[in-house]
Design a protein. Sequence first.
Length: 397
Amino acid sequence: MDKECTWIYIGENDPGTVFNLLQEMDSIHLAGRSEEWKSGQALLTTLHPQLALLDLGEGEEGLKHLAKWSALFPGTLFFCTARAARPELIIRAMRAGAREFLLPEGEADEIYRAIASARRWLEGGSGRPAKAKLVRCFGVKGGMGTTTLAANLAVAAAHYSPLRVLLLDTKLQLGNAALFLDLQPRITLLQILENLATLDSARLHSTLARHSSGLYFIAGPENMEEADMITAEALGQIIELLRLEFDLIFIDSDDHFDEVTIRALDEADTIYAIAQLDVSTVYNLKRTLALFRRMGYEEDKVAVILNRYPQKMTDELASIEKSINRPIACRLPFQENGVLIESINVGEPIVLSRPRHPFSQQVMQLAKLVLPDQPVETTAASRSGPGLIKRWTRRKE
C-alpha cells in the first residue's frame, strides 16, 4: 500500500510506548486522539480510520466499547494495548474483536510486523479479517500422501500470499511434518497446552518454528507416550487460541476416528478427504463420506482429492464420481520420477523448489480454493538447499 494509512488513539490513560512507536512510523498518520471513551465513537464516525489503537486500561469499559465498535466499524482494524496486559485481558480483547494486542514492553519489530500485516489486509481490500480459516487434510487410510499435501499447501499459502499461515501437526504419536520442511520444532502442542493461561501473542509468535516461506509450524508431543495428554477438549482450546493469531491454519492429521480426530474435523471449515485409485481406498472413501453426512457436515465442507492419479485414466473419473455421489475437487498427478520423494528427503517442499512441476501447479490451484480474495503470485522460486468413537451420527454442540 503506497498511500498513507490513518490511525487514531482512544484511551483514558496517557499514551505509552506503543503509541510513541506508531507515531514515529512514516507509513501511518495519526489522524486524531481521544482521552475519553464517550467521545471515541464520534472520532471513529467522522474520521473513518483504517487503524485504531485502544488503551484498555483496567479492561472492563474498554472491552465493552471494543466489542461494540468492532461490530459498528468493520472497516477499521482495532489494535489494543494495556499497561497491565494480563493473559485473561488479552484473550478477552481478541474475542471482542481486536486484530492485535500489542504489549507495552514488546519489541519494536513485533509492532512493525503487526502494522505491516494489517496494511497488507487493507491493501487487499479485505477489511477486518475474521478468525482463521481451518483446513483439515484427512487421508481415508494410511499412505495417502496427507503430510506431503498438507506441507506443500501450507507452504504455498504462506509464500504466495500475505496471510499469516500455520501448519499444525496433530499426528500425535508418529507425526513427521517437520521433516518435510527441514524444521526443528521449537514448541509442541503439549507445551502450548501447559502454558495456555499465560501465553500472549508476542510470545507465541516469537516462539514458534518458522519456515523460510513465512509458514509457522507447531509439532505434536515430542514423546509418543505423551499423546494421550492431548484430549479432544484440550485440542479445542488450543485451536480456539490459534484461530485468533492466524489467518489460515492447515492441520495434518491421523487417518482414524477417535475423539481428538473428530474434534479437529468438527472445528475445520474445509476438509480435504484424500484418496487414490484402488478398490480398497475407494471403498474407504465411500464409507468416510457417508460418515461425514451422518455427522451433519454440509456437502461444501468436504472436498475429495485424488492423489497419484494416472493421466491416462480420465475415463474413470465419471464412474468414480458416480460411485461416491459427488464430484472430485482435484486430481494430483501420479509421480514416476521420484521428485516428491527427493523433496521429502531433503526437506524442501516441491511447490518452492519446482513451482512449474505438474504436482506443484495442482497444489497451487487447490490452495487458491482456500485463499478467497487474496492475490496469489506463483513466480518461480530458487532452490534453498537440503535440507468417540462415542459419537458417529451427531455433531458436537
